[in-house]
Design a protein around this ligand. Structure first.
Ligand SMILES: [Zn+2]
Length: 407
């Protein structure tokens, strides 16, 4: 159906290899990430009708910073248990729960003010339809890369177990501190239970302490997550731009190609863009077709929920996308986002009532073998070209379907 699909896939792969080799660590706010954003703007200028560089401020340290806060407060709560200051143990044990829930479960700016400010930049381009704009489809990805997750890099087999023990211990010390404190208030002698609890949490402290080393200072090359998706979105944009030049432009659908920054700092790039341009996004019916993690075509799936599954994505958009996949003969599924797996930029759109979904080619839970996700192994070799090819095809076909619906 798309005659030069192979060439487009090849372009996306070679573009990704070039960019992720030149800027092989693109943490938000770093020189490399800013330079990469400048370069993307130049590339967007070559095929888009209009382009925009949206600069915003972000405090990236806050996103994973909750882990170090959890470690410090755990050990302070443990000392409080040993010396039987149970009220103090309650406070020290509960603070990191609030920080974790707000900062990580819901991606709120709870402790952000504690961290230094950096500059982020979103790169956005549009391909205008030939007639009046009746809808717009944002094909998006992100170009910043993640901190290396040391657990996933060095010991992926034990990653889920280590995280579970650390989480249970962190939450557990708060719950037990509350129970002991309430028992003491009622008038029970809590001496033996306190020492017993302190002993158990001392044994578990090694696992919690390891969270201090959860992530590395360095960033990943971020080829599969997520430069390939920016490249893929560009190919979709280029396709419609070329069609327009050839006289076959879309009549009423505006294509927006977006490469967000600061996704790995808690979706802050997409959030800042939506905040600034909300009225523009609401002025016309908007859909967000977001792309993430192109590692394995067998895992291709559309997300029906996001942000640790606290945010629902558009079921009707997913159904439309699945109908497209079926017509193309691609076995792509729909998947709810697992709790504790984080979030994608689509969540920010869904939160303001814009229909959105994310298409990803990765198992969000199972990290067996040697995963590339959030490790130095995330180079072009980790990217699955079949997944890329299918996503380009699905992206283009989805847009054509939405355009046809307007007739
Ligand atoms: Zn990503």
């Amino acid at each position: 159906m798309i005659p030069n699909l192979k060439e487009m896939t090849g372009n996306a792969m070679s573009f990704t290899e070039k960019v992720t080799t030149r800027w092989d660590d693109r943490l938000v706010g770093s020189k490399a990430c800013l330079e990469c954003g400048d370069y993307l703007l130049e590339c967007f200028d070559q095929f888009c009708d209009t382009t925009r560089m949206h600069k915003f401020s972000v405090r990236p340290g806050a996103f994973l910073g909750f882990m170090k806060i959890a470690v410090v407060f755990y050990f302070l709560a443990l000392i409080a248990l040993w010396v039987k200051f149970l009220g103090l143990a309650v406070i020290l044990g509960t603070i990191p729960i609030f920080v974790t829930v707000f900062q990580f479960f819901y991606y709120k700016d709870f402790i952000s003010f504690l961290y230094p400010e950096k500059e982020g930049q979103n790169v956005v381009g549009t391909i205008e339809p030939v007639d009046e704009v009746k809808q717009q489809i944002i094909v998006s990805a992100h170009h910043d890369s993640a901190h290396i997750f040391n657990f996933l890099d060095k010991d992926p087999e034990n990653f889920p177990r280590k995280m579970q023990i650390a989480n249970i211990s962190s939450f557990g010390i708060a719950i037990i501190a509350w129970l002991l404190w309430i028992g003491q208030l009622i008038g029970f002698s809590m001496t033996i239970p306190s020492y017993l609890a302190a002993g158990i949490f001392t044994l578990l402290s090694y696992n919690v302490g390891q969270l201090w080393f959860f992530y590395d200072k360095k960033g990943t090359p971020g080829a599969g997550d997520n430069m390939i998706c920016t490249a893929l979105a560009m190919e979709v944009g280029k396709y419609f731009s070329q069609q327009k030049i050839a006289g076959n432009g879309l009549k009423n659908t505006r294509i927006v190609v977006a490469s967000w920054d600061a996704e790995e700092a808690g979706l802050r790039g997409a959030r800042a863009y939506i905040k600034k341009y909300l009225s523009e996004l609401k002025a016309v019916k908007t859909y967000n077709f977001n792309l993430e993690c192109m590692y394995d075509h067998k895992e291709l799936g559309f997300l029906t929920s996001d942000l640790n599954s606290f945010v629902s994505l558009s079921e009707s958009m997913v159904e439309d996308c699945l109908a497209v996949c079926k017509s193309l003969g691609h076995p792509i599924k729909k998947v709810p986002f697992p709790f504790l797996a984080g979030g994608t930029d689509a969540a920010e759109f869904a939160k303001v009532g814009i229909e959105a979904t994310t298409l990803a080619a990765m198992n969000w839970v199972n990290k067996e073998g040697k995963p590339a996700y959030h490790t130095p192994r995330d180079t072009i070799e980790a990217v699955d070209a079949i997944a890329v090819s299918r996503c380009i095809e699905v992206g283009i076909s989805y847009i054509l379907r939405k355009e046809a619906f307007l007739r």
